[in-house]
Design a protein around this ligand. Structure first.
Ligand code: GLY
Length: 570
């Protein structure tokens, strides 16, 4: 680590404090015009966090350095999903062609068991979604640390420093924070450790208040100085295990010490001459995107027209078939060694699924097989490109917005409720919203299936697009539609993330369509093929970066669906 970098980081911290106090005049993007710059971009759901990442890039950090710093900053500035108490996935693609992924999905604690969410009546108790039993062993700090060890270049401590400063010195309460805090008031009333963070000495925070998080700053300082051990061992581990024991939770010091992220080979596919590099299981995202793109490659989507009724019909039919495979086959690969991933992403499988699509008539999702479960719409995605053209696509989550809404005792950070992504009742699959299939049942140390889909599209061995989104089960479809918008419909990255989207997930057999995104006559023509529709609000919020290999310029876009989001670059 060079002294100049340390000095520079000191001034960056000062600048961050000033940013919190002054009107922001950064190079940032909004709407349908991408930010176009020459050197580097971070696009995330929090302008402050994007700025932290860009500062690291300007200090000579690479894409992984910036991703680590951005993720930790989001844990301070975007508590609905930014986290150190949750988990996620990082996909990396270097300009040199090297691509890899880091899986830091949460795990079931050692004391978890297959029937822990089954009540005396044989039904789910719902404890997988709320309270202390919903918390999985967090993976974020270990995953970021592992990715940094493998691919980072600046010292770890320098990447944690901006998050410490933001937590210690405070950030302004924006409308997005204010409304999130207000919505969750009943939980702050329930959990004193959460009230200590999300209430201002017992009163609600107001817009413009300076929000300081001293407990979180102390936890981050331990992580800054001790690396992963600052979270998984010592003071934090003892505090978290004791807090769990006092409140009927399962996570122990042994669970924390045992947690390991996994560097995994990406799942790969091709689409119209592009390479799709994405997250393998326990994400269902990469497999899902590649399976759908393979089916859709057999249609002339550009000729069907963007968001026409015929276009929406073939998308729906690809989604229906792919989400059925998802429910049947996917789970944690470390517990499901025989998952047929290569078959699911093969062109042959796609061809046979495509052959069953009737252009005039919707298929029927077979209710007799499996039904679907509720999955939270929260989570957050960000994308990074550095001056050498290396890209990171990272999605991580607490599951629900603000996760379990339980702040970990004196640690100042929110705990996830990710256990809700397991199938809760073995063998019980019904239209009321439960899946009981084997691959995703609770087993100690197992990772729960996820829809998070951080993806990088490459051409001739070089990355050209980093993309992903929050949105629970809709993530896979959102990410795929942005890719189609760019490859088939020639939209720029900002237009591609802004465009209206829809979602079908096999069961329930209904298509949700963003309000005001599709004309009434399009919806009429679509419904005439036999599709049932419902209107919904925003579907996800995609964060994308495109590299124009002809001009060498980087194009960044933050979806305007994310209230505090921004693409920041230099
Ligand atoms: N909790 C959202 C996901 O992992 O897909």
């Amino acid at each position: 680590m060079k002294t100049t970098t340390r000095i520079s980081l000191f001034y960056r911290s000062l600048a961050l404090i000033l940013i919190c106090l002054l009107p922001i005049t950064l190079s940032a993007q909004s709407g349908k015009t991408p930010l176009r710059v020459e050197n580097g971009i971070v696009t995330s759901a929090s302008r402050l966090a994007s700025q932290v990442g860009v500062d690291i890039l300007q200090d000579g950090g690479n894409a992984v350095d910036a991703a680590v710093a951005t993720a930790l900053a989001l844990a301070v500035t975007w508590p609905t999903a930014g986290n150190i108490g949750g988990g996620g996935f990082l996909v990396y693609h270097g300009d040199d062609g090297h691509a890899t992924t880091f899986d830091f999905r949460e795990k079931a604690p050692l004391a978890a068991s297959e029937r822990m969410y089954v009540g005396d009546d044989g039904l789910s108790t719902n404890a997988q979604h709320r309270g202390f039993l919903s918390v999985g062993v967090p993976g974020t700090v270990a995953g970021l640390y592992e990715a940094h060890q493998a691919l980072g270049s600046l010292p770890w401590a320098d990447l944690v420093a901006p998050a410490v400063a933001l937590a210690r010195d405070g950030i302004p309460i924006t409308y997005a924070l204010y409304s999130g805090f207000s919505r969750n008031q009943p939980f702050w009333d329930q959990f004193p450790s959460s009230a200590a963070v999300f209430m201002n000495n017992g009163e609600p925070y107001q817009m413009g208040d300076n929000w300081v998080q001293p407990d979180l700053a102390r936890t981050l300082e331990r992580i800054q100085h001790q690396g992963r051990d600052g979270f998984y061992k010592g003071e934090n581990a003892r505090m978290l295990a004791a807090f769990m024991q006092e409140n009927g939770g399962l996570i122990t010091e042994e669970d924390l010490a045992l947690y390991q992220p996994v560097e995994r080979e990406p799942v790969r596919g091709t689409y119209r001459g592009y390479d799709i590099v994405s997250m393998p299981p326990p994400s269902s995202g990469g497999v899902g995107i590649i399976e759908m793109l393979n089916i859709l490659e057999g249609f002339d989507l550009a000729a069907l027209g963007h968001n026409s009724a015929d276009y929406l019909h073939v998308l729906t039919e690809a989604m229906r078939r792919t989400y059925a495979d998802r429910a049947e086959f996917l789970g944690d690969p470390d517990f499901n060694p025989d998952m047929p991933v290569s078959r699911l992403i093969s062109k042959e499988h796609a061809a046979s699924l495509r052959a069953s699509i009737d252009m005039t008539q919707a298929s029927v999702s077979d209710e007799a097989e499996f039904a679907d479960i509720y999955e939270s719409e929260e989570t957050t995605h960000f994308s990074v490109v550095d001056q050498d053209g290396n890209m990171v696509s990272l999605t991580y989550t607490l599951e629900n917005g603000y996760g379990s809404r339980i702040v970990a005792g004196s640690g100042g950070y929110l705990l996830n409720n990710e256990m809700g992504d397991f199938n809760p009742v073995p063998g019980v699959t019904n239209r009321d919203g439960q899946v009981g299939t084997d691959p995703n049942l609770v087993v100690p140390q197992k990772r729960m299936l996820s829809s998070m889909s951080p993806t990088i599209v490459a051409r001739d061995g070089k990355p050209v697009l980093a993309i992903g989104s929050p949105g629970g089960r809709t993530i896979i479809n959102t990410t795929m539609q942005v890719i189609l918008n760019m490859i088939d419909h020639d939209l720029n990255v900002a237009q591609a993330v802004e465009a209206g989207r829809m979602h079908h997930q096999w069961l329930p057999d209904v298509t949700s369509m963003e309000a005001n995104a599709f004309s009434p006559d399009t919806i009429r023509l679509y419904e005439a093929k036999g599709h049932e529709t419902r209107v919904r609000g925003n579907q996800g919020s995609a964060m994308g970066i495109f590299i124009d290999r002809e001009t060498g310029l980087f194009h960044g876009a933050a979806d305007s669906r994310a209230g505090d989001g921004a693409a920041v670059g230099y």
